[in-house]
Design a protein around this ligand. Structure first.
Ligand code: ZN
Ligand code: ZN
Ligand code: FE
Length: 755
């Protein structure tokens, strides 16, 4: 049979994941000659041999690809024969525009763990063990192609033994860029609160474990940044951490030694267990068990625990005993980004950490732990970061290169390139200058990874956001997009849906084009545009942002709007000085109007005897939901819907009156919560049916941070499904403002098409 030669190119996540070595072995197995090389576009192959062998080779390229690879397109064309004599692996070429995808960071793999726990292995208990199938990626790469000199491993020269592995095509560390060992790689050290080195290597680890067991707060440098760690079973230690961090009540994430222990602290569904042990290793929000054995202070008043399993080799060492469960919270002050540099940590975490377990492998980009939850039958993102970013989201169609710079809170940035969306890790709250620095750095990272300038930068309609201002400083055309429109477009794009849909977008805050604060919106539209079909009534928010911290103020204001001067006398009012707030609302002083759904939850929580002031975002709403015990009531509160100014208004006042009457009749808070949730579900379902009868809408999109409320999400999905709607929900991106950058970018792309 005569020989043929094909030129094959492969796109997707094919660099830094052992793809070239895989191609090399595959070529040898099929008796082919030629070469494989990384290129700016992915991987290029020229292979020569029998046609049948080449065909098998091509199929196996996709089907037998290494676990971390995500093979995109494979194209091939016959070319003229050459006489190579063998198949070789060529070194990278770096020129031309770049579109290769970098892998996210990956938890240590089974093969590496087996070596890690083998006393005779040369990497026995070495905290930086990795291979082509695991280890840090996104957080250590500075530019592409993904080769060692372009990562924070560039300062570590491989020893002879490591180099042999790296060069040996039969070895599982063949071309593993972060490859290293105790002789040539990074090392641990323990540093005091003052920055003095106390111990190194195993001794540093031993001392850190001893201190954790004694209840000290140890800052631990990991993959995407520092954690603050304490023994999760030690109440006193957890309290100390809360005090020092100024974090009174917000739940803290816990890392437990293994799945057996995870099952002891939480009731886990099969999907949750799969996710806990996945290579992404996110924090999973799961139902707390009675008698979980951890300190109550870990997640006080919260019926779930944020649980994760070890993902860096160092974590396995830390949890070998005597401490088997560690609080592992982001190493930062309140809403600041996570620390990544050793010196920076000693400075910024001063007064919080008792000591620092650090190492000398640099982290290029901070990346928090991702957070996911099982909701409406699927694992959904709450915070998409380490392990997921920058994995692309397929858009199903191609278009111009557009950058979305996100919202102000839970900021992410997103670049559209061809048929994919690259969403950054969670950046955080852009009111914070540290976060703004990470925002700029993350944009720099996207620029370095893609070496391209977008055709358009899309930002929020709010002119004062730092992201909006940054966008306008660039020498690129810009577009401003309304917040809730971005939510709608993001959810459509993530579900690869086109065409008009009804977006039920429920969240806390978004700047409206009428200069009021939006947040309970029903928008009719798609990425090309929208119309405000319905909204919650806009009511005054006394003191603006101050009311967000004090739900009782919102409750008073809403009661005043519902009843006028004849306020019912509800028990919660006795604890507050109501006069000044009521005067503010009456005179309209510093009381901006808002249709926020978050504030409605706050008001109902405060009125029904729940949280009066909050210590973390959405606390009142979360606690109100919990009192419902996971179900809606058959007897929903009646929520009126009426027409005003060519749109539908959903009557907040009618709900507030229903809640007030229930409180006066002595109804338990749990039942009030069930009827309130059911009332919202019924009202929004009625609005959707009205939209269907007027506009022939078949699809409803649910987006906005309020849908992290599983009772409401599952209630809406069920109710809309029963009346025949196709319901689209987020899955790969969070429903909260983490999805805004994608929505902005997609809207921008449509705007460019129209010209
Ligand atoms: Zn490995
Ligand atoms: Zn070595
Ligand atoms: Fe939002």
């Amino acid at each position: 049979m005569p020989s043929v030669r094909w030129k094959i190119s492969v796109s997707g996540i094919v660099q830094g994941v052992g793809f070239r070595p895989f191609v090399y072995r595959l070529a040898l197995a099929h008796g082919l000659t030629g070469f494989v090389a990384n290129t700016p576009d992915g991987v290029a192959i020229e292979a020569q041999g029998q046609a049948a062998q080449l065909e098998d080779f091509l199929v196996a390229l996709r089907e037998a690809a290494p676990p971390l690879a995500q093979v995109g397109e494979i194209s091939f064309a016959p070319i003229s024969l050459r006489h190579d004599g063998e198949f070789v692996l060529r070194h990278s070429t770096a020129s031309g525009p770049v579109s290769t995808l970098i892998s996210p960071d990956v938890a240590v793999c089974e093969d590496c763990l087996a070596e890690f726990f083998t006393p005779t292995d040369r990497r026995f208990r070495y905290p930086f063990i990795n291979c082509t199938n695991c280890g840090p990626r996104y957080t250590i790469v500075q530019r592409i192609p993904y080769d060692r000199p372009h990562t924070t491993m560039r300062d570590f020269a491989m020893c002879a033994a490591c180099q042999r592995e790296y060069d040996d095509s039969a070895n599982r560390r063949f071309h593993a860029q972060p490859n290293c060992c105790p002789d040539c790689g990074p090392q641990l050290s323990l540093v005091t609160a003052e920055g003095q080195q106390l111990a190194e290597r195993d001794e540093a680890l031993g001392e850190a474990i001893r201190r954790l067991a004694e209840g000290e707060i140890v800052a631990v440098k990991g993959i995407g940044g520092f954690h603050l760690a304490v023994d999760a079973a030690n109440s006193h230690a957890v309290q100390r951490l809360r005090q020092r961090k100024g974090r009174e009540a917000k739940p803290l994430a816990v890392m437990v030694a293994d799945l057996v222990m995870a099952r002891q602290v939480c009731r886990l569904e099969a999907l949750e267990e799969q996710t806990l042990t996945s290579q992404e290793r996110p924090i999973v929000l799961a139902a707390k068990k009675e008698g979980h054995g951890l300190a109550e202070e870990v997640a006080p008043g919260y019926d779930q625990l944020g649980l994760m399993l070890p993902y860096a080799p160092l974590h396995y060492l830390l949890l070998q005993g005597p401490v088997r469960a560690l609080v592992m919270t982001s190493g930062n002050r309140s809403e600041e980004p996570i620390c990544i540099e050793n010196d920076e940590a000693v400075q910024r975490l001063a007064g919080i950490a008792d000591c620092y377990l650090v190492h000398d492998r640099g982290i290029h980009l901070p990346c928090d732990d991702s957070v996911v939850a099982l909701q409406a039958g699927m694992i959904r993102q709450v915070r998409r970061s380490r392990g997921f970013a920058p994995k692309p989201i397929g858009l199903g169609e191609t278009g111009a290169m557009v950058l979305g710079v996100g919202a102000e809170l839970k900021n992410t940035v997103c670049l559209l390139k061809d048929n994919q969306a690259f969403c950054s890790q969670h950046i955080g709250d852009l009111k914070n200058l540290e976060a703004y620095r990470v925002f700029q750095q993350s944009l720099g990272q996207l620029a370095a990874l893609f070496e391209i300038t977008p055709a358009l930068i899309v930002h929020d309609l709010h002119p004062q956001y730092l992201s909006s201002r940054w966008a306008k400083e660039q020498k690129v055309p810009t577009l401003a997009v309304q917040h809730h429109h971005a939510h709608l477009a993001a959810c459509l794009a993530e579900n690869r849906q086109k065409g008009q849909a009804l977006g039920i977008i429920l969240d806390g805050t978004g700047y409206g084009p009428d200069q009021t604060i939006w947040g309970g919106e029903v928008l009719l539209g798609d990425a090309c545009g929208y119309q405000r079909f319905a909204a919650l009534e806009a009511l005054p928010l006394p003191g603006g942002d101050a009311a967000v911290q004090a739900p009782w103020r919102t409750a008073l204001s809403y009661l005043h709007t519902a009843y006028g001067a004849n306020l019912p006398d509800l028990p919660f009012m006795a604890a507050h000085e109501c006069g000044p707030i009521l005067a503010m609302v009456e005179k309209g002083v510093n009381s901006p109007l808002t249709s926020s759904c978050g504030r409605l939850f706050d008001a109902v929580a405060a009125m029904s005897g729940g949280r009066q002031t909050i210590q973390y975002e959405a606390q009142a709403a979360i606690e109100l939901m919990q009192t419902a015990g996971g179900r809606l009531s058959e007897a929903a509160f009646l929520c009126e819907v009426y027409e005003e100014n060519a749109m539908l208004k959903i009557s907040v006042r009618s709900l507030i009156r229903a809640v007030a009457q229930a409180v006066q009749s002595g109804m338990a808070q749990g039942e009030i919560s069930r009827r309130f949730h059911a009332g919202l579900v019924a009202a929004f379902t009625r609005v959707a049916e009205e939209a269907r009868s007027r506009e022939k809408i078949k699809t409803v999109v649910l987006s906005g941070g309020i849908f992290q409320n599983r009772l409401l999400l599952e209630g809406m999905v069920g109710s809309l499904g029963r009346v025949g709607f196709q319901v689209l929900v987020h899955k790969e991106l969070p429903c909260n403002d983490g999805c805004i950058s994608l929505g902005q970018a997609v809207i921008g792309r449509e705007a460019l098409k129209k010209g």
